[in-house]
Ligand binder design. Sequence first.
Ligand code: PA5
Length: 443
Amino acid sequence: MINLDLKGCSSFVNEKQFEDYTARALEALSILDSGTGAGSNFLGWNRLPSEITQEMLEDYLSVVDKWIEMEIDLVVVIGIGGSYLGAKAAIEALSHSFHQMGPSRGPKVVFAGHNLSEEYIAELMDMVSVKNVACVVISKSGTTTEPAVVFRLIKKYIEETYGIKEARKRIIAVTDKERGALRLLSNQEGYKTFVIEENIGGRFSVLTAVGLLPIALAGFDITEMVRGAVDMQRICSEPTKDNPAIRYAAMRNILYDNGKKIELLVGFNPKLHYLSEWWKQLFGESEGKDGKGIFPASVNFTTDLHSLGQYIQDGERILFETFIDVRTIRRKVEIGYDKQDLDGLNYLAGKNVEFCNKMAQQGTMFAHNDGGVPTMEISIDLLDEYNLGQLFYFFEKACGISAYILGVNPFDQPGVEDYKKNMFALLGKPGYERQSKELRKRL
Ligand code: PA5
């Protein structure tokens, strides 16, 4: 079970303040769970884990079986933002660090459509051309430019290589029930589709087909992931001050109001890198609006202690940190004894590398605390499907509560549209002629 330790905040926050914000968090939870707050038509994620049926999971797993049977060895998952980061986070967290180099039982899963780099896309096509390929295209709106550009290429390649009829077996779309270009195209081409419910926003969709299908295709246990999320759904719904989502949401709002404007999510395992990316989108898009919001950033230690450590220790005091602690690891690597001991490491002989990592983690927390950085610690037992399911739901719930304390609608993202309008105008999209003229004057 995940545990939230707030000891590292005690010298920055007084008890009265914590009590007040806990009361506000409990009120926010009640608003969230009763569906009476801003954006309440986007609460489909809130009770989702307990609504996932065996039948739904079997539907995802039937795709895995079918593609293994067809000897598919490369699945290109196309999507961006909330239609990409959850699956990427889980697959990176659960995979061997060098998984793309080694053998695998099922297909390799790679991601595309999350950038517009021509080089990336050309190199993707290099890989596609030597593999037995299938594709999952994910877009809730069905109109997002980045995935649409890549899908156009992959679709053409699959149709030309395997034929139109066979393409139907190799392309799956995850999109809205009725709306959008991808829905229209899927209906017309006869693709198998999975629906993203209207009341679930992209960044809250990891426990739908958006996340679960790619995670299952990469060979991971989605049943366990959902079990973890269900357990966390129960815990995070309890209207008590021990509820970890309440405590986390309360504390981060106190710190924000005390001038700590940036939260760093800290991992000590490179496998957590994309979990941080997912978390950044979740909190950044949900809270960063109306001139308010904690800026979510992330660091991978010990790596970044050698680049950003100086600032965190000693720079402007606007940061707080949330450490992700993984209590047990599956692998053991022992540091050996060396007769000469020229590197001076014999004092560590017989110790595991993870012992050093844990001591670095403790030492860093104390040092940053002493330097004026409040720290929280979220511990999980193991980096596995069950615990990731817990983390996903925990952060979603805490995010909803936290945004309501802050006083913003967690479920919209009006600011994302501005760059798109400019991009469309500069690309010459029909309907954007006036903006195009204006922007061209500024070039
Ligand atoms: O959270 C969000 O709403 C966004 O990040 C979207 O997920 C992202 O823009 C992709 O949108 P779509 O799934 O409609 O292609």
